[in-house]
Design a protein around this ligand. Structure first.
Ligand code: ZN
Ligand code: FE
Ligand code: FE
Ligand code: ZN
Length: 268
């Protein structure tokens, strides 16, 4: 069975995705999804980065655009309004103010930066040579824990993103992942199974299966996301994602509304 909802959808507003909200909604209907959640890149609060995120000035437009499709498609599909907001340590208050500017259904917390380096940005891929891969992963997991503890987020996105271009830790980091899972559980955040990794050089769902088993064993709730930056990717590889979730031991997943778990749904 296909998951009910795709929670991680972008739009052309962020500057590196294509398609209007309506294009994504139409594809969701074609795919047979019952819900789609827009979670476009929220403005950076430490410095504007218009090529990778929306600007603060665009948030009203984003809201209006999604409300439009919500009304237009009200009888056909449930549409949630959310954000994917970067975790920037030291800027929690600004992030909180920004994410409270509209009544979002959920906020996906994402770590895309280590020491101000956008480690998953193809334009900054060369800087990997300055870093030790194991250090990147360790710093990354520490930031994931900090993001969960910040209370800013309901969902933590793509939880092993540094592997995107093919990097793998040389050490067994399962103690880091267990600690992260424990913090996620204590903080009440859900983890995202994100199929976009399949479309990247690593060609693997985020997070890897061993990690997902650990999150499951600690009782961390699960959501599904395609991270579509192109309407054609809505619900992409969700059958594979369901198998991944079942192999990790998950029997159910959740959807959010008003920053609370709205429903717990069976995977089978
Ligand atoms: Zn993006
Ligand atoms: Fe992301
Ligand atoms: Fe995304
Ligand atoms: Zn993302």
């Amino acid at each position: 069975m296909l998951p009910y909802a795709d929670n991680h959808i972008h739009s052309s507003l962020c500057g590196h995705a294509i398609g209007s909200p309506e294009d994504y909604v139409k594809q969701a209907l074609k795919t047979g999804l019952q819900e789609i959640g827009f979670s476009d890149h929220a403005p950076m609060v430490h410095k504007p980065m218009p090529h990778v995120t929306m600007s603060l000035k665009e948030l009203p437009l984003y809201q209006a655009m999604i409300e439009d499709v919500q009304k237009q498609y009200a009888t056909q599909i449930s549409i949630k309004i959310a954000l994917e907001a970067d975790f920037m340590p030291g800027y929690e208050n600004k992030t909180e103010a920004m994410t409270n500017s509209y009544p979002y259904d959920y906020i996906i917390g994402s770590v895309h930066f280590i020491d101000d380096w956008a480690f998953d940005d193809p334009a900054h891929r060369e800087y990997w040579k300055n870093y030790n891969v194991d250090d990147v992963f360790r710093k990354y997991y520490a930031l994931l824990r900090q993001s969960a503890q910040s209370g800013l987020y309901q969902i933590i996105g793509h939880c092993d993103l540094p592997k995107k271009f093919g990097a793998r830790p040389s050490l067994d980091l399962s103690h880091e992942i267990k600690e992260t899972a424990r913090v996620f559980k204590d903080s009440g955040v859900a983890i995202e199974i994100n199929t976009s990794g399949l479309r990247k050089p690593i060609a693997e769902i985020y997070p890897d299966l061993n990690s997902l088993k650990i999150y499951h064993d600690f009782g961390v709730p699960l959501v599904f996301g395609s991270d579509a930056h192109d309407p054609n990717d809505v619900g992409r590889d969700f059958e594979t994602a369901v198998k991944w979730a079942l192999s990790a031991g998950y029997k159910e997943y959740v959807i959010f509304k008003n920053k609370k778990i709205e429903k717990v749904l069976p995977l089978l």
